[in-house]
Design a protein around this ligand. Sequence first.
Ligand code: AMP
Ligand code: MG
Length: 362
Amino acid sequence: METRLVAVDPEHPDEQAIAAAAEIIRRGGLVAFPTETVYGLGANALDPAAVRGIFRAKGRPSDNPLIVHLADPADLPVVAVPLPLVEPLARRFWPGPLTLVLPRTAAVPDETTAGLDTVAVRVPDHPVALALIRASGCPIAAPSANRSGRPSPTTAAHVLADLAGRIAGVLDGGPAGIGVESTVIRVDETGRCIHLLRPGGVTADQLHRAAPHMDIHDASESAAEAAVARSPGMKYTHYAPRGALTVVRCGDPAANPAEARQRILRAIRRELEALRERGTKTGVLLFGGGEPAGGPVQADLVLDLGPADRPEEAARRLYAALRRFDDAGTEVIFAEAMPETGIGRAVMNRLYKAAGGRVRDV
Ligand code: AMP
Ligand code: MG
């Protein structure tokens, strides 16, 4: 299959390009498109055969459910039972990077929800995504448009690197804005608690401000779990570059930030020295925004995603950085931990998953 790449203006997408992509979706095909989070791989969410195509193209395990994308919150009843408790959240954050898990309707096939009786839904905040869903006339199931396990794509070039020849087309609307996926939540039956299933573009703080009367329970994998749960390579990793990535963090809560960073850098420098002697291709991922104390870090590829107090910038650049390590043939990568404030929580969640259990406390 030849994959057609079509450039569109991200603000005012060309109607013909959208109509052609929508025709592919209506016929059960696959089209990748930009959203405000990352690029998605879309198919008609109500067509089981089309949805199976997503799993095939990505090599995604069939027990991992998809997020259903709508163009209009008013269409929610087509795919989900709109509990009154979640309506204020939908009103506040849609269109935007918040995914709600709700009881599904009979219209949604098992393929989309991986057999669950709930469905994950959101309204993306991107003119191209919204135009495509509208023109298709159906809800669009869209996971990130990468091969399963790889870093999510934030540009059309990333999509092609993973999926060229496996999907019908890609709408290229330039780089995705936020850079990490949506926040996934479930509101419990009492209406008093929000379960945070995956941190993402909407921060815990924003949720708290929107629903001050509700408790927010972080049910996503904690840093501590990530450190102990999985031995590398055993269970499947996510968002992972090809090189072995280790998160290096300072576990001492008493250390001040500057001292903590020095300890982390010292540990990384020591590791790099040993690897250099063996001729290993090394990479380092930093959140510093300037030259670290003690001079430049000596690795084959050092990428700095900006200062630790600007997590939005780190989020925007994270996945492209992981792919750059691959392009450079990096075999071993050390990533400095950043504070988990704001969207930094999502950045660290992805890094821990990319590390697949490799975490070093210093
Ligand atoms: P992706 O499409 O790759 O960004 O991943 C979708 C995310 O939404 C995964 O973390 C899924 O586990 C989660 N998800 C999708 N549907 C459900 C559901 N019905 N219940 C809980 N989580 C879900
Ligand atoms: Mg994904």
